[in-house]
Design a protein. Structure first.
Length: 133
């Protein structure tokens, strides 16, 4: 995993292998914080960032969500819901703009990577998986 400058990984955040956290991106861990009424860690919502996912600089990940394998979160995006594997998420709130390859390249309309030539397919549950050779 690679964590850049000014990133805090709070209790309740789980990072799998090969996750990239860009400079000054933010995790949260409490949906309703109050200074006067601290609840402690019993109110923390778990956040999981799956294998190989990348989070851009200054992005915010709202707690209680899972970021899928090889997903790419654009700089400045605010993630407020679960992110599918290989999804490219942009904006505030973050919305899916497309799909990305394991190598990080945007996939074309045929779900093929022009950089490493991997081919992907959507399966019945809407998940993107690499096509068998």
């Amino acid at each position: 995993m690679e964590i850049q400058n000014n990133v805090s990984v709070y209790e309740g955040v789980e990072l799998e292998d090969f996750v990239f956290c860009g400079p000054s991106m933010v995790f949260t861990n409490d949906l309703t914080p109050r200074s006067k009424y601290p609840k402690g860690n019993k109110s923390y919502k778990k956040t999981i960032v799956k294998y190989g996912a990348s989070i851009g600089a200054n992005a915010t990940i709202v707690c209680g969500n899972t970021i899928g394998r090889w997903a790419m979160i654009a700089s400045g995006a605010v993630v407020t819901k679960d992110v599918p594997n290989h999804a490219l998420m942009v904006g505030v709130p973050a919305r899916q703009l497309g799909w990305v390859c394991e190598c990080g390249t945007n996939l074309n309309n045929e779900l093929k990577c022009h950089s490493c030539n991997k081919n992907y397919q959507l399966i019945d549950n809407g998940e993107l998986v690499e096509k068998p050779h």
